[in-house]
Structures are given as structure tokens and as C-alpha cells.
Design a protein. Structure first.
Length: 108
């Protein structure tokens, strides 16, 4: 009898993403700056295929920090008009990464 091995829940099928492929860019907005200063939580645009554990590992490797918590949001693209045609912005994934109190990330 052949048994099929299912990957654990924290693993996903598909390509293995490198840390620089997981974190696409930091989000520098007024709200993100406020949460970074007050709560030591930083916002990033991340690859839509990335999981929370992959995001945590990527931020720890790229910025040499200790991550406490990761929250993610799948953001829907907005409708936009280009003259007479209606277009749509792309969907994207946002991650809010809370760091250990001893660590900071300086983007400026």
C-alpha cells in the first residue's frame, strides 16, 4: 500500500522563495510611520504567495532583527479610469511585522 505524504500546514507547495523575493518593499506612509514609532511594527508589501513564517524569516535575514509577530492582509486592487476605459490596479499582499522591543529598522 502506498501512502502519500502531505506537507504540514505551515509548508506550502510551489516554488521556494528567497528572502529578497518575499519582501518586495517597505510601505512608507503616514500611518506606517506612526505604527513604527509607537508600536515598533513595520509595514511591507510582500509576495502574495508568501506565508507568515516565510515573511518572518525573510525580515529577520534581510534586516538582522528579531520578529515577534506577523499580521497579513490581502489587499484588493482599486478600480481606476484611464480616459474612456475602466482599469483596475493589481491585487497585493501587505504584512505588518512587529519587532522585539530591542530592535529597530531605519529606512531613512
Amino acid at each position: 500500500m502506498v501512502t502519500l505524504r502531505r506537507p504540514p500546514k505551515h509548508e506550502r507547495s510551489g516554488p521556494k522563495l528567497e528572502p529578497y523575493q518575499v519582501v518586495l518593499r517597505p510601505l512608507i506612509t503616514e500611518k506606517a510611520t506612526h505604527t513604527a514609532e509607537r508600536h515598533n511594527a513595520y509595514a511591507f508589501e510582500v509576495n502574495p504567495l508568501a506565508t507568515k513564517t516565510e515573511i518572518k524569516a525573510a525580515v529577520e535575514v534581510l534586516f538582522d532583527v528579531k520578529v515577534e509577530d506577523v499580521r497579513t492582509q490581502n489587499r484588493r486592487g482599486k478600480n481606476r479610469r484611464y480616459r474612456l476605459t475602466v482599469g483596475r490596479m493589481r491585487n497585493w499582499k501587505k504584512a505588518i511585522v512587529k519587532l522585539h522591543e530591542d530592535y529597530r529598522i531605519d529606512f531613512y
